[in-house]
Design a protein around this ligand. Structure first.
Ligand SMILES: [Zn+2]
Ligand SMILES: [Zn+2]
Length: 342
């Protein structure tokens, strides 16, 4: 029955084949020994509580935006934008570039600030985030990739959060070293108290500040912080896994899906230069193309370095980048590079 509903048809249009009970079959892909893709059928159980919560918060965000937009004040709009950017920087500068890739080192005060900002984003625990991301890089575009883009836009964007992970993700995920995250006392504290910290920092605190500090409406503060901003921030993060793995050019390795996507770079504070990032994941800039304007995260890390809070910033030599682009890229960066390096 479900597959005949509008929602069910949308699912099917995104390449998901619905069953009639609580589970359904999805097409997945494996890479065989010769490097060829082979399609397989793998049963993955749906997580209905995730499906319902993701669906309802998106539906309510659209409804609330259309209904209450005239009541939005400039102060609440700016507050929503400010907390969105702060949360985003916690994800990009903290969870991604510092803890997942260790592309630079940070002093304790900056670590605490990044961890606070990451918690403000309201995403998974740091441990889960880092593990999923390391598995994504190590087994990119295979069944073991948690958001394997070969299963389509919808799956890589949000569908992967709506079902149990593919067995390969669990199996191969065990080979990813997480000892640095497990040993880190700050992250251990964060993991232990993750749920109360998330409720307070991501939702309660940013919602009560506008009414208590400048008398904003409680209802509008809740809608801006807990609904609309939250949905926007989630989609900006997800777009790196979906859009930046589909649309754009591939100047550093034309054989992989990750691409350079300026729109994603702007929305994700600098994480859209994704072809480069998958070739040089240890570069703290996560980019070769693009300046601070499309990479606010790099600006913040450079600023922290100037203040003595970030150090050992890793990046490849210009020669290595140029050689890699010449050898494996699609040629789109080389004309730009020749001007830069001549
Ligand atoms: Zn990626
Ligand atoms: Zn990464």
């Amino acid at each position: 029955m479900f597959e005949k509903t509008l929602f069910g048809r949308i699912f099917q249009n995104f390449g998901l084949h619905l069953g009639t009970r609580d589970d359904f079959l999805v097409d997945s892909y494996s890479i065989d020994k010769d490097g060829d893709e082979k399609k397989s059928e793998q049963k993955q159980e749906l997580i209905w509580v995730n499906i319902a919560s993701i669906f309802f918060i998106h539906a309510y965000a659209v409804y609330a935006t259309l209904t209450y937009f005239p009541e939005l004040t400039w102060s609440l709009f700016l507050w929503g934008w400010f907390t969105c950017v702060l949360g985003g920087l916690g994800v990009t500068g903290g969870a991604h570039r510092l803890w997942s890739h260790k592309s630079y080192k940070a002093k304790l005060p900056f670590q605490i600030l990044l961890l606070f900002c990451f918690t403000l984003s309201g995403q998974n625990s740091m441990y889960d985030w880092v593990r999923d991301h390391r598995v994504h890089h190590k087994f990119s575009e295979t069944d073991a990739d948690p958001h394997n883009v070969k299963r389509g836009f919808f799956f890589s964007h949000v569908g992967w959060l709506m079902m149990r992970k593919h067995p390969e993700v669990y199996e191969k995920g065990k080979t990813v070293d997480m000892s640095d995250i497990e040993k880190d006392p700050l992250l251990a504290f964060h993991r232990k108290y993750f749920i109360p910290l998330k409720i307070i920092i991501a939702f309660v605190l940013p919602t009560i500040i506008p009414p208590l500090v400048w008398g904003a409406s409680w209802k509008m503060s809740f809608i801006v912080v807990c609904v609309v901003k939250y949905v926007i921030l989630l989609n900006c993060t997800w777009s790196v896994n979906s859009a930046a793995h589909i649309w754009g050019n591939r100047p550093f390795d034309k054989t992989i899906k990750p691409a350079e996507n300026i729109l994603v770079a702007i929305c994700s504070l600098g994480e859209g230069w994704h072809n480069y990032h998958h070739v040089f994941p240890w570069d703290y800039k996560a980019a070769e193309i693009g300046a601070y304007s499309t990479n606010w995260t790099t600006f913040i890390i450079d600023l922290a370095a100037k203040l003595g809070q970030a150090y050992d910033l890793k990046h490849p030599s210009e020669d290595l980048v140029l050689e890699t682009a010449k050898k494996r890229g699609d040629g789109t960066w080389l004309c730009h590079a020749e001007v830069k390096y001549e």
